[in-house]
Ligand binder design. Structure first.
Ligand code: 5GP
Ligand code: ZN
Length: 113
């Protein structure tokens, strides 16, 4: 998708702070860090939301999400960690290329309540 920000990140048109990459998936730091270590994981194929995922894409994607979540836990040792995926504008989706937020929770210092 030529006008998709995340497709542009995948093809290198827009820079990102990459944390993980394999054949199917890319993970990078969210530009607006909700907490320290806030990371996005995206499939390399353009799919808008969870409803467009095939079993193969899901399998590869969640395998990578698990790897990245474990790496974040190992590196930052957060007290907890949220995995969040918004589907549709009503649900808070702003970038329409499927993605998972990995949000480490560091306790009171997050200011998230
Ligand atoms: P959504 O609201 O769709 O679930 O999340 C989209 C996320 O993408 C937001 O947290 C936003 O900060 C992030 N984002 C938007 N544009 C860019 C960008 O150009 N680079 C990076 N690294 N993150 C972005
Ligand atoms: Zn895209």
């Amino acid at each position: 998708m030529s006008d998709c920000i995340f497709c542009k990140i995948i093809n290198g048109e827009i820079p990102c702070a990459k944390v993980y990459e394999d054949e199917h998936v890319l993970a990078f730091m969210d530009i607006m860090q909700v907490t320290k270590g806030h990371t996005l994981v995206i499939p390399k194929v353009h799919k808008e939301n969870v409803f467009e995922l095939t079993p193969d894409i899901s399998r590869n994607f969640f395998e990578a999400v698990t790897k990245v979540a474990k790496a974040v836990k190992k590196q930052l040792n957060p007290k907890g960690l949220n995995l969040i995926n918004n589907n549709g504008e009503e649900a808070g989706q702003t970038v329409f290329h499927y993605h998972m937020h990995i949000i480490p929770r560091h306790g009171k210092e997050d200011g998230l309540g």
